[in-house]
Design a protein around this ligand. Sequence first.
Ligand code: SF4
Ligand code: SF4
Length: 694
Amino acid sequence: MNFVCNALLTLCRFILICSSLLVSSYSSAVNMPLTPELQVLFPTASHIDKDDKDLSIIPVYLFSDIVGYAFQTAEIFPVRGYGGKPIDIMIGLSPEGRYTGFVVIDHYEPIFMKGDGPQRLVNYMQQLIDVPASNNIYIRGDNQKTLKGRGKSTYIDGITSATVTTNAINKTITKAARAVAQAKELAGYASQSHYIPKMDHFEKLSLSQLVERGLVKHWSIYKQQINAAISDKKLGYPSQPVSIENQPPLAELYAAYFSHPLVAKNLLPDARYQDWLNYKTEGDQYVLLFSKGLWKQQPFSNFLGLKQRNTDVIRKKVPDFDISKELPASGWDEVALYRIPPVATFDPLARTKMIFKASPGINLYDDFQLPAGDFKAELNQEANELALWQELWQQRQNEIALLTLGLVLLTMLFLNQHYAVLNPKIFHKIRLGYLAFTLFFIGYYAQGQLSIVNLLTVQHLWMEGASLTSFLLDPIISILWCYVLISLIFFGRGLFCGWLCPFGALQEFAGILATKLKIKRWKIKPTWHNRLQKLKYVLLISIIGATFYSLALGETLAELEPFKTSITLYFIREWQYVIYALILLLLAMKVHKFYCRYLCPLGASLAILGAFPIFNWLTRRAECGTPCQNCRVNCEIDAISKEGDIDMKECVQCLECIVINYNPTLCAIEVADTKRKNKREKQADNIIASTVDV
Ligand code: SF4
Ligand code: SF4
C-alpha cells in the first residue's frame, strides 16, 4: 500500500515538475525541482524559484501558487545547543504561518549523535506540525511559574535527559520562524524594535560629521568595481582587486537613519523638522536614501537592497513627505524616504547589509551598523527577553537550590571532617545518605553527571574561538563544574570522585550489594594495579587527541564512559551499551570501583588537575606504613602505599582512613597502646593487691 502511494506521489511530482518547467520556459523566473529536504517539508509542491536561491528564505511553489517558505535555523536565528554549535534545522512554514515540517540538517548534540538519536529529534519536532509559529513552545511539566512570553502556548512532550537540547530547539525554531513570518509579512507578526534613539541630547552636526559618527552611511560606487564583479562572475572566482584611485565615483549613496532626531534635525531646517515630527507615525522607522553621480538609471534606490539577518528589510516609499529641496548641499539625483513597518523587525543596532544590484546577477555589497551609544534599550517585554541560558536557570531554580544546599552541606562536612568521623556509625550513615543523594537526585533527577564530553565541548568551543555561554545552558552541570574545579585546588579529585559522581556512587552501591550477597572480592596484585592505573591516562589522551581531529570522533571514543547509558538514559538504550555498563557494574562488585581505578578518563583528568591540593587533611601517624598497615588494608581503592603515603591522584576522599585514625577502637596503634596501657594498669593493680595482702 505504501509502495503504491509513494509511486503515485512520485508520478504526480514528476508531472508537476514537468508542467512547472513548461510554464517556467515562458516566464522570466527559472524554476528548480525540489531537493529531498524540501520534498519532506512540502510533499505536494512542484518547484522553487531559482531567482530567490541566494536568499536564506526559499519560496516553494505549486505551479504559480506559493505553498510555503523553507529556511534553515542556523542562517536565520542560530542557537547553540549542548554540543556548543548551532542546531541547524530546515523548517517549512505555510503562508498562514504554520509549521509544515522539519528536517535536521546538522547538530552536535552528544545525546542524539548515535543509535536512534536522530529519529528521536525528528519525533520531537513532528509534534509541532501545523502549530502556528506565533505560539510559544513549552515542554509539558516545565516549571509553569517561570514560563514567559506573549501569545498562545503549545505544550509538547519533552525528551528524557535532553532539557538543554529541547529548549535550544524550541528557541531556534520559534525565533527563526517568526523572523521569516515577519520578513514575508505573514499575518500577525508585528513587533517593536528593541532599541530606540536617545531623544534627550542634541548637537549640531554636518552631513560629513553624521557620516563620521555612523548615523549616516556613505557609499561610493565605482565603475571599476562593477567591471570586476562582471569579470568575477565569468571567471567563477575573485579576480585581482581593482584600483579606484583618482577615479570619479559612478554613484554616491547616503543612507540615513531618519528616525534618529540627531539625523532628522540636522538634515532639515527647523520648520520642516516640526512638520516631520507631526508626520511620522509611532512604531515605524524611517530610512532616507539620497544619491547623486553618473549612474543614469533612476531612481537609484530601486537598485539598492537592504538586508538584516539574511532577510530583505521590508520598506515602503513615503511619497507624500518631500524633502528633496531641504537637504544640505544640492544636486541630488534622488531623495527617497522609506518607511520600515514594525513587521520588518528592523533592529537599528544590527548589521545592515547593502546590495547594489548593478545588473542581473552582478551585485556589489557594503554594510553599516548604527552607533550603539546613540540608542537606548526600549523597556518592553521583548527587550527584557532572557537569553536561553537564563531561561533554563529560571526553569530549574528548585533543582539549583537543592543542589546548592547539598554542596554547602558537603563543604561543611569536609571542613569539619575530623569531628564528623568521631562516630564511625553516624559517619557511615551520612556517607551512604550522601551517595544516595548523588545517585538519585544529582544523577537521575537533575541529570548532573559530569562527563569527559563536557571537557571536549569546552575544548572545541575554545578551539573555535566561540563563546562559552553554551556551557551555561545546563545550570546543574555548570554549578557542579565550578564547584569541582574549586574543590580540585583545595582537596584534589577525591571530593568529586568520592562524593559527587553518580556513576561512582552507583559502583559503591554495587559493592555494598556484593558484600550483602557475600560475593568474594578479587584483590588485584600491586604490580598489576600500578600498571592498570595508567590505562585511564592513555584513554584520556586518546580521546582528547581524537577531538583535535574531529569532535564527532572524540565523542564516539567518549562512549567508553558508561555515564550516558547508566545515568542519563536510565539504561534505556541499544543493548550493546547496556551490556557494557552492566559488565562494569559487575566488575565493581568484584573489584571496588573498578572503572574509576583503571578506565575513567574523567577521573584521570581530575587526577591531573587536582594532583597537588592545598589542604591535605588526611592526617597520618608516624607509625602509618611502618609498622602499621591497617589503613592501607582498609583503603578499598588501594590509594595508600606500603610506606603509608596517600596517592592523592587515586584517593577518592572516602575518609575511611580518617575514621580509623581518629578512633581508638579502630586505629591499630591506638588499640595496641590501649592494650599496653590496660596491661600496665592491670600489672599495677596486681602489685598493689599483692602489697595489701602482705
Ligand atoms: S573515577 Fe570516574 S566514574 Fe569514578 S568517581 Fe571519578 S569520575 Fe566518577
Ligand atoms: S581510605 Fe583514605 S586514602 Fe583511601 S581513598 Fe579513602 S580517604 Fe583516600
